[in-house]
Design a protein around this ligand. Structure first.
Ligand code: FES
Ligand code: FE2
Length: 447
């Protein structure tokens, strides 16, 4: 349970809110490179309560501007994207990437009015298929991009999607660091022992099925929080699934197998009631195979979604809506297309696939969950500690102007999640350290 004041600290992300100010110290990944082309149509997004247009100008550089033209407020979405600027369709005022007015053809040529008018702009940087936006103070020097491995590997090594969820970002984030729900919510009644025994064992499924009440241990780190979920493995060993939470909204979930594909999210607040769940899967050392990509794009044959939304998992693009192409077809207003028959005989929930199951729980908690009425158990330890770490960081910034170290040190983000069997007597943080390090053979892109 959380006091109403602490819940507000955690969930309010608009300009001027302590969490919004904390998030504005960090680069925000929101738009994929392929969503904007030189001199092409502006991409609408909304971040931290602000509507934005993301464009690519003639020189290939991304630009981020507020949509309302400073002349009389018409939307620059309809503007002409030409010659390194966007020209308002109403009276032709033109703005560049830094927000300066480059041309004001409706005023007399001798007027210097154009030098007095600017539009709000934000800085953008692009790396390996992702456009990052810095919404910090325009005078401030932005920090380096965080060296998250999913965005350091070449584009051929990763698969990225987005989906919009109609709830506060923190509900979605909490779902990801809550390792105890997967043995229930995501359970299907297919017997894991029917798989090849070794495959099942390598995948840790056997341990997850046998022990459904993991013990949690949590450690605060310089980048966020390390969350270990311990299950009994053999008589002398434990199976540890280790999840990473990285400031301010990144996660990496534990992988399966020996040649792991790592996955996770950036849960970027659009506003307090909508979140962009940017989902990544990547292999650190090799391109994803066609088979892997096929699985990621289409998930399972029986219509079940995976961790990523499938390519046909979206509504037709919705005009005049931020991120209009990424609104999923399973959502709160259609009860997520729950299949009650499947709930009886095929799976625990009847909700059609992994992200739908997560979203079904998270959107139905209300747009912004009321955390003063919840009852947290020991299995919620990871959530409690992550809330605490974020609330502490917002207070330090608000009350003392102290930023987390992770704002300025991009290399604290060079970590992986892990799923390992360790001897029972081992100290888990130390014993799992080598699995959580990003390793040299990864082809790091320079920025
Ligand atoms: S409203 Fe944009 S130029 Fe007039
Ligand atoms: Fe889940």
């Amino acid at each position: 349970m959380l006091s109403t004041a602490d819940n507000e600290l955690l969930t309010k992300t608009g300009a001027g809110s302590p969490m919004g100010e904390l998030m504005r110290r960090y680069w925000i990944p929101a738009v994929f490179s392929g969503e904007v082309e030189p001199d092409g149509v502006p991409h609408r997004t909304r971040l931290l309560g602000e509507d934005l247009l993301v464009m690519r100008f003639t020189n290939g550089e991304p630009a981020v501007l507020t949509p309302a033209c400073p002349h009389r407020g018409a939307s620059l979405f309809f503007g002409r994207n030409e010659e390194n600027g966007i020209r308002c369709a109403y009276h032709g005022w033109k703005f560049d990437a830094a927000g300066f007015c480059a041309d004001m053809p409706s005023e007399p040529p001798e007027s210097n009015f154009k030098d007095k008018v600017t539009i709000k702009s934000y800085r953008a940087r692009e790396r390996n298929g992702v456009i990052w936006i810095y919404m910090g103070h325009e005078q401030a020097d932005p920090p380096p991009l965080p060296n998250l491995e999913w965005n350091l590997v070449p584009e051929s090594h990763s698969y990225l999607t987005k989906r919009i969820a109609q709830n506060n970002y923190f509900q979605t984030l909490e779902g990801e660091i809550d390792s105890s729900h997967s043995g229930f919510l995501h359970q299907s009644f297919t017997n894991p022992f029917a798989l090849n025994w070794r495959t099942a064992q390598e995948m840790g499924m056997v341990y997850k099925m046998r022990d459904r009440h993991p013990r949690f241990q949590v450690k605060e780190t310089d980048y966020g929080v390390l969350i270990g979920a311990r299950r009994n493995a053999e008589e002398d060993s434990y199976y540890w699934r280790i999840t990473q939470f990285l400031f301010p909204f990144h996660t990496i979930i534990p992988p399966y197998g020996n040649d792991p594909v790592f996955s996770g999210h950036a849960y970027v607040p659009m506003d307090d009631e909508h979140v962009i769940a940017l989902c990544f899967s990547y292999n650190p050392v090799r391109p994803l195979s066609e088979e892997e990509l096929g699985y990621l794009r289409h998930a399972r044959r029986d219509g079940q979604e995976g961790l990523h939304p499938t390519v046909d998992g979206f509504l037709p693009p919705i005009p005049n809506r931020p991120e209009g192409a990424w609104w999923p077809k399973h959502h709160i207003d259609n009860d997520f297309n729950v299949d009650w028959r499947r709930q009886k005989d095929a799976q625990f929930s009847g909700l059609p696939g992994t992200w739908v199951q997560d979203s079904g729980m998270q959107e139905t908690m209300g747009r912004v969950a009321n955390r003063s009425i919840e009852h947290l158990g020991v299995s919620d330890t990871g959530i409690i500690r992550t809330r605490r770490a974020l609330i502490k960081a917002t207070r330090l910034l608000r009350d003392y102007g102290i930023e987390p170290d992770s704002v300025w040190d991009p290399d604290v983000y060079r970590v992986r999640s892990a799923a390992v069997v360790l001897p029972r007597e081992a100290e888990w943080v130390e014993a799992s350290a080598e699995y959580r390090e990003t390793n040299e053979s990864v082809n790091f892109a320079a920025v």
